[in-house]
Design a protein around this ligand. Sequence first.
Ligand SMILES: N[C@@H](CCC(=O)N[C@@H](CS)C(=O)NCC(=O)O)C(=O)O
Length: 360
Amino acid sequence: MKIYGSKISYYTGKLEAYLRYKGIAYEILSPFGHQKTIRMHVGANQLPVVERDDGRWMSDTTPILLQLEVEHPAPAILPVDPVVNFIAHLMEDYADEWLWRPAMHYRWSYRHDRELLSSIIADEIAKEFPLPRFIRRRFFQRRQLGGFVRGDGVRAQTWDHVEAGYFAALDAMSTMLEKRRFLLGDAPSLADFGFMGPMLRHFGHDPTPADIMRNHAPAVWSWLARVWNARPSTVGLDFVQTVPSDAGPMLREICETHLAQLASNVAAYAAGPGRFAMTIQDCEYIRMPVSRYRVACLERLRETFASLSGQDQDRVRKLLPYPQAEILWSPKIAAASGYDEGREAPFGKAINVYAKGYPR
Ligand SMILES: N[C@@H](CCC(=O)N[C@@H](CS)C(=O)NCC(=O)O)C(=O)O
């Protein structure tokens, strides 16, 4: 398959890690000059976008992976036990949507990282753009810093908390990896591929967070290479039967951060256009952009929870004994996203996580 993507993109890296594991051949193409075609086929300009041999296009890595699991079922990345499977989905969503902020922060807030990465983008994605290289670099530095760092709540008051979130993820992963080669077993699961988004192309690649990873969490550094190098013939094929107690710090962090953010975001979405404030682990974030896409993420997690048997729902409740987890099973949430109601994803029209304008 052809993938419009980039060698430094969060979600392209996640998809590549999965395709390599599955032995699905692909080539990476630059999206430059193809924006119109991409928008026409998938609705949003985001990376990665997949053009298949059968003429269909796919976007949004979460449904892409689930669709490819149907077409290429072995080796499975979805654990058999429904509770472990639910936790894999939850971990993936946290890696996709919560770790995005620290990943963008480390890449664009630190001068050394910003200069390196803006050079790579200027040369890789925007090399044909008819402007001098230094202007292309400056354009991306300003765009990313303004839109994805300062525009996403990173300020002097939140800076330390944003970075603490990276350390918390490294510590929680290291704890889980003490006993197993992959997060939920002897083979990589949806959770591992989810974490490949932030860990492969941002934290494990950009100078400042990569240095932290090597020194502070070498187990994550070696897990990164292990997932990248995973082949069905070299991994065991079993996932854990029950969620291990060493997942405790990870699950607590997910509830206190990602689920708290999803709850504030859906309340803000219901309240209408504008920005919102949220308090996460006693740290106040202000002027946050509302995300319709993340309302849909919450809906999918709630649907997965609702599909569990009563007994399995009780098992999940016991694993997540935090008030923020209630958003997963409260009778109703404040608003419906209206996104992908026909359940066409990954084939329908996607939306950017921070789509411009108020979407409803
Ligand atoms: N939910 C999407 C997110 C894709 C996404 O946001 N990709 C980033 C690059 S890693 C992007 O294209 N951002 C849009 C931009 O930079 O304008 C997925 O999982 O594929």
